[in-house]
Design a protein around this ligand. Structure first.
Ligand code: ZN
Length: 848
């Protein structure tokens, strides 16, 4: 007898799928399509357990939908531009392109053994000229349609890496990679005008019913709609008034200063004649532009000496300060400070000895503000002090609405809706990205490149020996003819943010080799992505940018109307975690141990020499903590099916799953057991008997339960049902034919999770063709009907026992059985019951 040998089974079935081109997706208008996509990986060079889980989840959906008769598109690619390739080139002297393509080859070689039902013929990397050339075409269309603009902007500048950083790349005021203190700089930058779509992107969230609620909420907060008041403070000295925007105009009577951003035009104007202002502005230019960053930084101010008048009282003068925490690109870059009801303003006023004026009190505690600002929610009722709109007790929101109405009626202010969402700065001063296809001409200015000159290909002969953008230093690449006048001109050397590359790759998969960004027939058929699977860390930027791009692609004719929201359903999976094993060295510093060096027993964990080990459970896998499990080792040791089965089985997909060696072994043992059972059943010729019906019934219950689990992304529940049915089948005394039927059907139900083993079982049982091509089993509703029912028995209102009876048993029979129960007899204590009431299917009541 042979054994379960995944190392032999798995490559054989992968080859069978390849030979049959089972997963090649072709447009077929006669069949319904299903498009399932996992967020594509960055080619770091190695797959990790998180990838295995992500792709296994998607693969369950893809294989299940295929079995249901859908024409499935399930592609894979690589998000291949970005800084790590340049960093690697700088560190090792290689080339980003060689590094990237080498890593892609390695990762494909690591992914193929997983047996994912992917259409590899559609694979691309975003650094393929074929891809980014089409991205340039798309950019030109978006530029022409008004979705792109170029303007000055304050940016986070990393002085070591010589590049602009996104806010997310600034950590504690320092560049995420270089660790250098980030500076704020003004640069001319390219922007996608995503903020024009704020309202639409916000409202459409309501329609995304198959997205996780938390992702919709995160997007909504990021877009950040607010309604506030815009008005101006007249300057005593004359000149341009200071216009402010505030979401809390109701606190205007508590104003104690007017603050402007260091980048406000007035601050710039003052700096020209006042060196102290210039020095203060320079000091503020250190540190990032991110609101959260400024929130935690020390509050610094500079008294300009200028004064403004309070709009409600011309004799009330307020000083104008430049403050480091005010952002120029939010609102108007100017605020009024109300220290009593804003902690940041309070800290500022205490520091600079400015007055603190209460405008409202808590209903039950009318104490003036001391060290802590009073900041109730907008829904809480408070007691107002001398409010100009005549309020007494009202909530913050009521006061805001009343104030806006008051200001509008009096003509000194205007209710304005603003969004937190900023335009998307896409310029990067890096080499390894998609070149922005425009040309700078001395005579014509900035001119879009002609489409027939695309792609603008990255030059290969560049060097990374000095910081900065190698495209700037290239001797000839920049030289070109102006597309408009033909005179010698220079190419733009900024490349695109890599988020651009990932904002439309899902559309490109519908026609990955086309000579246009998309092909309408293909996009019309394959779009939208029916099920998108990925990590919660992409809940905001990637998904928001993709939603923007899909709208812009629709407007420029590259996607149909229905694709304005490109992802019908989104699933965000949890992480794969692993325990950390830790001891302390002589100096009390932690020392981390590899799992294979630790023995876990009943009395805890220890090293092989007996040293006790502290176990930190469910930690994120990290090389520095020695708790990384390499999928390649697992596949080599147990096979891909075991790895897939384990990551799917132990917890709900949305939650973290902890990888344990014992869990992986148990998964492997189970699959081996199923294989042995199939081997036995295939050889069995025992005759049909009266156990067959019970097995068949259990099978159909399992079909229904597993199907329901897969439909609702509760794959762990489906697997639990399959474990249970394995036990049922193993104990069953049914005949050979019934058992073969049950085993073959169970193989089909397992196929989305353990496709190789499923094919093997199918083959062992003598079934024709590939299980991957077989139709999903259907539960027979007649066999799902429960034919027995459990009835509680009460004696004088107290539950004493329960009996299981056939559903259609007549009342007299039920009564007899109920009274025969020992517990009932005891409760009656020899007396005859006065009355017995049988409610069929519900309960038996005995009155003593
Ligand atoms: Zn020109």
């Amino acid at each position: 007898m042979t054994r379960f040998t995944p190392s032999e089974i798995e490559p054989r079935w992968q080859k069978a799928w390849d030979d049959a081109e089972t997963f090649k997706a072709e447009r077929d208008e006669s069949r319904p399509k299903y498009y399932v996509l996992e967020m594509f990986p960055y080619p770091s060079g190695r797959i990790h357990m998180g990838h295995v889980r992500n792709y296994s989840l998607g693969d369950v959906v893809a294989r299940y939908k295929r079995a249901q008769g859908f024409n499935v598109l399930h592609p894979m690619g690589f998000d291949a531009f970005g800084m790590p390739a340049e960093n690697a080139a700088m560190a090792t002297g290689g080339h980003p392109k060689d590094w990237t393509y080498g890593n892609i080859d390695d990762m494909v070689a690591q992914m193929k053994p997983l047996g994912l039902s992917l259409d590899w013929s559609r694979m691309f990397a975003t650094c393929d000229v074929e891809y980014y050339g089409q991205q340039q075409a798309l950019f030109l269309d978006m530029l022409e349609a008004g979705f792109v603009t170029r303007r000055n902007a304050t940016v986070n500048w990393d002085p070591v890496d010589m590049t602009v950083l996104a806010n997310e790349q600034v950590i504690d005021g320092k560049g995420w990679r270089s660790g250098a203190e980030v500076e704020r700089r003004e640069l001319t930058q390219w922007f996608f005008k995503i903020s024009d779509m704020s309202e639409e992107l916000l409202e459409a969230l309501d329609g995304l019913e198959d997205w996780p609620e938390k992702v919709r909420l995160m997007q909504s907060n990021w877009i950040g709609k607010s309604r506030g008041l815009q008005f101006s403070f007249e300057r005593l000295e004359g000149g341009e008034p200071v216009t402010v925007y505030t979401t809390r105009p109701d606190t205007l009577m508590g104003a104690s200063f007017v603050g402007i951003s260091p980048d406000h035009p007035l601050a710039k104007e003052l700096a020209e004649s006042n060196p102290e202002v210039a020095a203060f502005r320079a000091e503020c230019a250190k540190g990032g532009t991110m609101a959260e960053e400024l929130e935690t930084a020390e509050k610094k101010g500079f008294d300009t000496g200028l004064k403004v008048r309070h709009p409600l009282d011309p004799s009330w003068e307020l000083p104008v300060w430049i403050a480091n925490f005010i952002l120029m690109d939010y609102g108007t870059g100017a605020i009024f400070g109300c220290p009593a009801h804003d902690q940041r303003d309070l800290d500022f006023c205490r520091k600079y000895d400015l007055p603190v004026v209460d405008t409202f009190f808590a209903l039950d505690d009318p104490q003036p503000v001391q060290a802590e600002a009073f900041t109730p929610t907008k829904e809480q009722k408070v007691k107002w002090v001398n409010h100009f709109a005549g309020l007494d007790e009202a909530t913050g929101q009521e006061a805001i609405d009343a104030t806006i109405a008051f200001a509008e009626a009096a003509g000194w202010g205007e209710g304005v809706t603003k969004f937190r969402l900023r335009d998307w700065g896409l310029s990067r001063q890096r080499y390894w990205g998609c070149p922005i296809p425009v040309v700078h001409c001395e005579k014509c200015g900035v001119v879009p490149e002609k489409k027939e000159n695309l792609p603008i290909e990255l030059p290969y002969d560049v060097s990374f020996d000095t910081p900065g953008n190698p495209l700037d230093r290239h001797p000839t690449w920049r030289d070109c003819a102006c597309p408009s006048c033909g005179a010698p001109a220079k190419r733009e050397t900024d490349t695109m943010d890599t988020f651009v590359d990932s904002s439309w790759y899902f559309a490109r998969f519908t026609a990955p080799r086309a000579e246009t960004p998309t092909v309408r027939e293909d996009a019309d058929y394959w779009m939208n992505v029916d099920q998108y699977v990925g990590g919660i860390e992409h809940a905001i930027l990637h998904l928001l940018y993709s939603r923007f791009f899909a709208r812009a692609m629709h407007a420029t004719g590259h996607l149909p109307e229905k694709s304005k929201e490109p992802f019908n359903a989104l699933f965000t999976q949890g992480m794969v975690t692993h325990a950390i094993y830790q001891t302390k060295d002589a100096n009390g510093r932690p020392v981390y141990h590899y799992p294979e060096d630790v023995v876990v027993g009943e009395n805890g964990a220890a090293l092989k020499d007996g040293t006790a080990v502290e176990v930190i459970p469910s930690a994120k896998m990290s090389k520095s903590k020695n708790n990384v499990v390499d999928p390649l080792n697992i596949i080599e040791g147990y096979g891909a099916d075991t790895a897939r089965w384990f990551v799917l089985s132990d917890s709900p997909p949305e939650r973290d799953v902890e990888w344990t060696a014992s869990g992986a072994e148990a998964a492997n043992r189970h699959l081996a057991r199923v294989w042995r059972m199939a081997d036995e059943i295939a050889a069995s010729d025992s005759p049909a008997n009266d156990e067959d019906a019970a097995l068949q019934k259990a099978l159909h219950r399992t079909i229904a339960d597993v199907t329901e689990g897969v439909e609702s992304f509760a794959f762990n529940t489906s697997i639990a049902k399959l474990y249970a049915f394995t036990n049922t089948l193993s104990k069953s005394k049914a005949g050979g034919a019934a058992k073969k039927e049950a085993m073959a059907t169970m193989a089909q139900l397992m196929a989305p999770m353990t496709p190789h083993l499923a094919e093997e079982l199918w083959h062992m049982l003598g079934r024709e063709g590939l299980i991957t091509e077989a139709a999903w089993p259907k539960a027979d509703p007649a066999l799902l009907v429960e034919d027995t029912v459990t009835l509680p028995i009460q004696v004088n209102g107290k539950r004493r026992a329960e009996i299981s009876v056939p559903k259609d048993m007549d009342k007299a029979e039920v009564e007899k059985l109920a009274l025969a129960e020992e517990a009932v007899q005891r409760a009656l204590d020899g007396a005859a019951p006065k009355k017995v009431i049988v409610v069929p299917g519900r309960i038996v009541n005995v009155v003593a």
